[in-house]
Design a protein around this ligand. Structure first.
Ligand code: SF4
Ligand code: SF4
Length: 303
């Protein structure tokens, strides 16, 4: 596996965030590809596999692109269903990287043992290129190190450790380094702390670029300007003086009934119920959008 060091995260464009039409999102991804980005990250949760189907229609060669996705499969049946969905909706006959989404520890991995066995069988048939996990936990990285079939680790890491649920940036870096020594492919998420580090853009990027053992860095991008800036910064290591300005955050509709489903879903403890409505503590939110999928009435959005 030899994708570009910069990985374009597509959550930002997905129905959970900007909800960009698939054709338009694919045009932006094609622009990223023309700029040298060959690595794209998605997830079953993001409901945007159609972006890839449109991308191939634009003439971007499937074989030149590395696609990473993630799912919550835990059994043989759910693993089979998640893989079939990805293949069908992306219009492809293989997935380069398949990750178990939001792994926390050895215990959650054990709960997904049957799915790992199933995905491994697909890997042996070359329907999946590599298996792995995504995690906001130091313990998640360490758990992946116990299974040699999990070759890819996608951990949250940034200079302040924002979003790491069970430790500091230093502890996460230590665990990532140990994983790298075992031969894992490491691709970092949320180097800008979900937007909290935009004002310290140069420092945040210098930190992640300084981790030379990190194989790739995933960054959500929604405009050509952002793609240009990140290509210069991460692929060419030419840090611009400022980040591309973004004004993003959580928006909760006044119709919220205060059921608490989103509060329970947030790993960062950024949500609570006050006076019968959900409220967000923006200082804790990393814009992961997990809460968005928890609200069956779509009253919470990341904009
Ligand atoms: S899940 Fe939806 S309705 Fe329930 S508290 Fe959250 S925003 Fe409100
Ligand atoms: S409030 Fe929502 S978007 Fe923010 S960290 Fe929690 S789950 Fe993620």
């Amino acid at each position: 596996m030899n994708p570009s060091r910069l990985c374009m995260g597509t959550l930002t464009l997905s129905p959970l965030q900007k909800n960009v039409p698939a054709e338009k999102a694919a045009q932006l991804m094609a622009y990223a590809f023309a700029s040298g980005i060959t690595f794209f990250d998605t997830a079953e949760l993001y409901s945007n596999y159609s972006f890839f189907k449109e991308l191939w229609k634009l003439g971007v060669p499937r074989g030149d692109v590395t696609v990473s996705t993630k799912c919550y499969a835990y059994s043989r049946e759910t693993a089979h269903r998640s893989l079939e969905k990805a293949l069908k909706e992306m219009n492809t006959d293989y997935i380069d990287v398949f990750l178990l989404h939001e792994q926390e520890s050895i215990h959650t991995l054990r709960g997904h043992a049957e799915a790992i066995d199933t995905f491994w069988e697909y890997k042996e048939q070359c329907v999946i290129g590599s298996l792995g996990i995504s995690t906001h936990y130091v313990a998640g990285v360490r758990a992946a190190c116990t299974d040699e079939r999990l070759q890819v680790i996608h951990p949250i890491i940034n200079v302040d450790g924002i979003g790491i649920v069970d430790g500091s940036a230093e502890e996460m870096v230590q665990a990532m380094q140990e994983a790298k020594e075992l031969g894992k492919f490491i691709f970092a998420m949320k180097a800008l702390g979900g937007g909290h580090l935009l004002k310290r853009y140069r420092e945040a990027l210098a930190f992640i670029l300084g981790l030379s053992f990190v194989d790739a860095i995933a960054v959500g991008m929604a405009t050509e300007e952002e793609i240009d800036a990140n290509v210069h910064a991460i692929m060419e290591e030419r840090l611009p003086p400022h980040a591309v300005e973004k004004d993003r955050g959580i928006f909760i509709e006044p119709y919220c009934i205060g059921c608490g489903a989103c509060v329970a879903r947030c790993q960062q403890k950024a949500l609570s119920i006050k006076d019968g409505k959900a409220v967000v503590d923006s200082s804790r939110c990393v814009l992961c959008s997990y809460c968005v999928s928890a609200c069956k009435d779509f009253y919470i959005k990341v904009l």
